[in-house]
Structure formats: structure tokens, C-alpha cells
Design a protein around this ligand. Structure first.
Ligand SMILES: Cc1cc2nc3c(=O)[nH]c(=O)nc-3n(C[C@H](O)[C@H](O)[C@H](O)COP(=O)(O)OP(=O)(O)OC[C@H]3O[C@@H](n4cnc5c(N)ncnc54)[C@H](O)[C@@H]3O)c2cc1C
Length: 489
């Protein structure tokens, strides 16, 4: 049976689900094709960083995630002893949220269904063909062939992405040179510290409580680090390696999940080829240091969603989609470089151990600690090369592409208003300091493109206003600034 939609998203991981939510919010007809019959019970990711929480808050979705998660005020960089401190970051979410991936996916799926997204489980995509007007996807559902025709197809189908391969998009990089072991196990004698992290000449280990007596143990054993990622892990091997590295197996028993993962590092050459786009792990693969992959995937989805919706719904030119690659490819590159740096710091030679001491000292300097915390938290991303041209002048320098925190604005009629609440519907936002002001003429990005726009008159005269000196601010649906305007300049 053939299905016809505007966007077919392949993969119902966090990236695909977030993208589907964004598209459905804008009224785009979207379906998600997912090969698994049932959601995965094991959770690879355990953390949600500040920018991802902001992304959820931009759509008013954060409360359910916060309810189920646990805030942690610090994070780690390369398992260094000096922790990254999130408490001073310029965001409402000055922490990382401990939240297993299975819950994140369940909450996103529930939200997507509430918006009318058609999630088709048990649908394995096996072929893809493009023409001038769109894509044809085909595969099997319970052995029965299916077809899906869409204007755009998005591969959010993970690191081994079939969509990426079928579209012929190169994924250059390096194979795994080191593997680590993961076990979700019961520990009868858990470590005294809630989060154990150590690195020594024999390897490194981290132990994190998951609740109900279950802990996650991650071990890199210098003697076993060349084991291929696909070689199955046994409880005995994990136990022996943890004992070698940490001096104890902490009374390990009853494994719920045993797995191995590597430091293979790859980035797609292009995030888009004609009617096919890639997002999340399908576009970037790396050592999972610092817990970033899921987070960057959600943020890819936020960048892509409004652009696809603008092309399909608002008459935006297709070239807008090129800005997805232009804006997110550098973020992918930075992610790879950050995780490679952490992977190097997690080595065991005397030279690396000396480097770790040096880095531990440097991270005690607040400015350096904050810089890395912002990077890990996803708060340092800016898009200075706006995909939307500003009107001729006078545009204020330094604003274009900035990510905005959730400021409390004072409306011209006196009441307070959260900036993010004004973006919940996924529209553009024009904030202006005069009651009757409209965006300056020529603000529409290109002829024929009619963006959905919300207009708010705000009070900017107080010195304490974050918009002091700004007469107008155009905010993109993803919470980044398109441009700022000062009429008197
Ligand atoms: C040990 C470990 C710990 C991690 N910890 C963290 C962390 O703390 N924080 C963090 O941010 N990240 C972490 N990550 C990374 C994170 O798990 C991934 O980055 C994240 O799952 C990527 O999401 P995604 O939606 O892009 O891809 P995936 O989650 O891989 O989802 C892809 C989906 O596509 C489906 N699919 C695949 N092929 C097809 C096909 N042909 N047809 C239909 N469907 C298909 C799959 O079944 C799957 O459901 C960790 C990873 C590992 C290995």
C-alpha cells in the first residue's frame, strides 16, 4: 500500500520524534517509519543538557521531562576529577538532567502522537529513490512490502543510517580504535560516592546509580581496549575488567544489559542531498563522552523542523534548506572534536595522566570551566551567517544568530511575559519597543515567503532590560536571533 505524506522521517529515536513534533506543530503532514516493533527498553543516553531543555521549553514541552528527571548541577569532561559546573550558566536550566533515553523517547512519542504524528512501527526502510519532486521510500512491514511517497525524506535512523547509504552521502572518518564496556547491573557493594569516576594506568571506570539498586558500570580496560565493538560482552569479562581497573567488582550480579561501544568518529559530508536530509546520529558518530549525541540530535531537529515547514507551508525557497547544512555541519564538527579531545584525555599512558593533572588544574579556573560547560551544554552555538537577510539597515551588530535564554520580558501594557512562551507555537517573533511598530519594510525574507509571525510590544527603556537599546528584534522559531534593529541609528 502506498502512503503519501509531505515528510517521511525514518527512525523514531529522539531525533526523528523531535523533528516530527516540530513538523506536525506547523501543520505539515508527517509520518515516522520505525523498523522496531517495540520501543527499546535499554537506555544508551542518561543525560539531557541545558540547551536541549531550552529546546523543549521553547515549545512548552519541558515540564514532563523535568518531572521524570533528576537535576545534576555538575557534569564531567573526559572523566576529569574537576567537574564542570553548570550552576553559573546563563540559562533557566543550570544543570544537566539525569533522564534515561527510554523515558525521553516515550515522552517525545506521546507528544508527537498528541500532535497527530503517524508513527509506523515495524516498518524497515530498504530502498529510496529521488526525483525532481520528492522521494519514494520502500521496505517491509512484517514481511509485507510498503511504499511511502514524500516531498522530503529525513534519515534520523542512527549511526548505520540506511537513508544515508541509499542517498549516497559520504560519511568519512575513522574506525573505532578503542572500545569500552557497559553493564547495567545490580551492585551489592556499591561505591561510597554516588558517582565514581577514575582513570589510572590500568584503564578507566565510571559507576552511576540508575535507581532500585541498579547501577551502570562503564569500564575501559587497557588490556581489553582493542576488542572489536561487536564482540559480545559477558558479565565475567566486565567483572574481571572492573576489578583490574577499580580494585573491586562491587558485588556485581544480575546484568540487565551488557554492551560494548567504541570511539569510531564520522561526520557526513552533506546534511542534505536534494530531497533527502540527515539528522542526529545518522549525520554524526563519535565516542559518547560527556553525553552529547542525543542532545545534538534534538538540536539538529529544532534547526531543521521550522525550515522544512517554511518551505512546505510558507512558500520559502528551497535554498533555505541549505542553511541547515551550513549551520549544523560546524556543530557536528565541533562535537567530534570535543569528543575526540575527551577520548584522548581518557588514555592511560604517563603522558596522558600528566595532561589530566594539568587539565584538572585549568578547570578550576572559572572562565575555563564555564567555557567547557557551555560547550557541553550546547549553549555556545550561534548562527552568525543568517539564512534570512536583514533589511538594508540599520541592523545592530553582534545580535544575528545569538541563542536567547528565556528572558522575562515586560510587555508594553505592563505585564511580564516569558520570551519562550511567545515561541511555543513555533512562529517567528517580532519584539518591538513601540506600540504601533511593524517589522521594517523588506523584513520578509524573500518575495513569496510569508512566515507565520507573532508580534509583541515590549518595554525596553529600563537599563536592566535585556533589550535596552534595541527597537526591534526578530527571533527565529528556534529561539535564535535573525537580526536586531535600532530605528534611531
Ligand atoms: C553508551 C552510550 C551512552 C550514551 N550516553 C549519552 C548521553 O548521556 N547523552 C546523550 O546525549 N547521548 C548519549 N549517547 C548517544 C545517544 O544514545 C545517541 O546519540 C542517540 O540515540 C541518537 O538519537 P537518534 O534519534 O539520532 O538515533 P537513534 O537513537 O539511533 O535512533 C534511530 C532509530 O532509527 C531506527 N532505524 C534504523 N534503521 C532503520 C530503517 N532502515 N528503517 C526504519 N527505522 C530504522 C532505529 O530502530 C532507531 O529507533 C550515548 C550512546 C552510547 C552508546
Amino acid at each position: 500500500m502506498e502512503q503519501v505524506v509531505e515528510v517521511a522521517v525514518v527512525g523514531s529515536g529522539p531525533t526523528g520524534l523531535m523533528l516530527a513534533c516540530e513538523l506536525a506543530l506547523a501543520g505539515v503532514k508527517v509520518c515516522v517509519l520505525e523498523r522496531r516493533e517495540e520501543p527499546v527498553r535499554e537506555s544508551r543516553a542518561l543525560t539531557m543538557h541545558p540547551r536541549s531543555l531550552e529546546v523543549l521549553a521553547l515549545r512548552g514541552m519541558e515540564a514532563r521531562f523535568l518531572e521524570r528527571g533528576r537535576p545534576l548541577p555538575t557534569g564531567h569532561f573526559g572523566l576529569l576529577d574537576t567537574r564542570l559546573d553548570f550552576s553559573g550558566l546563563d540559562t533557566t536550566f543550570r544543570y544537566t538532567l539525569f533522564l534515561p533515553q527510554a523515558i525521553t523517547e516515550a515522552l517525545l512519542a506521546e507528544h508527537a502522537r498528541g500532535l497527530g504524528v503517524d508513527i509506523r512501527r515495524g516498518h524497515v526502510v530498504e530502498s529510496l529513490r529521488q526525483d525532481e519532486a520528492g522521494v519514494d521510500l520502500a521496505g517491509r512491514a512484517k514481511g509485507v512490502p510498503f511504499r511511502c511517497r514524500a516531498r522530503y525524506g529525513v534519515g534520523a535512523d542512527g549511526a548505520r543510517s540506511a537513508v544515508r547509504q541509499l542517498a549516497g552521502i559520504a560519511f568519512p572518518g575513522t574506525e573505532a580504535a578503542r572500545t569500552s564496556m557497559l553493564g547495567d547491573v545490580t551492585l551489592d557493594l556499591p561505591p561510597a560516592t554516588p558517582f565514581l569516576a577514575l582513570n589510572n594506568p590500568r584503564g578507566n571506570a565510571a559507576i552511576v546509580p540508575l535507581g532500585d539498586g541498579v547501577h551502570r558500570a562503564i569500564v575501559t580496560d587497557a588490556e581489553r581496549e582493542r576488542t572489536p565493538p561487536r564482540e559480545p560482552l559477558t558479565l565475567d569479562e566486565l567483572r574481571a575488567s572492573l576489578t583490574r581497573v577499580a580494585g573491586s567488582d562491587f558485588g556485581m550480579r544480575e546484568p540487565r544489559w551488557l554492551s560494548r561501544f567504541g570511539d569510531g568518529t564520522r561526520l557526513v559530508e552533506h546534511y542534505r542531498r536534494e530531497h533527502v536530509l540527515l539528522a542526529g546520529d545518522a549525520a554524526h558518530m563519535h565516542y559518547p563522552a560527556g553525553g552529547q549525541g542525543l542532545n545534538v540530535g534534538l538540536q539538529d531537529a529544532m534547526n531543521l523542523g521550522w525550515k522544512l515547514a517554511a518551505v512546505l507551508r510558507e512558500g520559502a525557497p528551497r535554498t533555505l534548506l541549505d542553511s541547515y547544512h551550513q549551520e549544523r555541519h560546524p556543530v557536528g564538527r565541533a562535537l567530534l572534536s570535543n569528543t575526540q579531545a575527551q577520548s584522548a584525555l581518557m588514555g592511560f599512558t604517563p603522558e596522558v595522566l600528566a595532561l589530566r593533572e594539568l587539565m584538572n588544574g585549568l578547570l578550576r579556573l572559572p572562565a575555563i570551566n564555564q567555557r567547557l560547560a557551555e560547550q557541553l551544554g550546547g549553549l555556545d552555538v550561534t548562527y552568525p551567517d543568517a539564512p534570512v537577510p536583514a533589511p538594508a539597515s540599520p541592523v545592530l551588530p553582534g545580535w544575528t544568530g545569538r541563542r536567547l535564554p528565556d528572558w522575562t520580558l515586560r510587555l508594553a501594557d505592563g505585564g511580564p511575559c516569558s520570551l519562550y512562551s511567545a515561541l511555543h507555537a513555533g512562529r517567528w517573533l517580532w519584539l518591538h519597543a513601540r506600540h504601533d511598530a511593524a517589522p521594517p519594510s523588506g523584513w520578509e525574507p524573500t518575495p513569496g515567503w510569508s512566515p507565520r509571525l507573532k508580534v509583541l510590544a515590549v518595554e525596553t527603556s529600563a537599563d536592566t532590560s535585556p533589550l535596552h537599546g534595541v527597537d526591534g528584534l526578530l527571533v527565529r522559531p528556534d529561539g535564535h536571533v535573525a537580526w536586531a534593529w535600532e530605528s534611531s541609528r
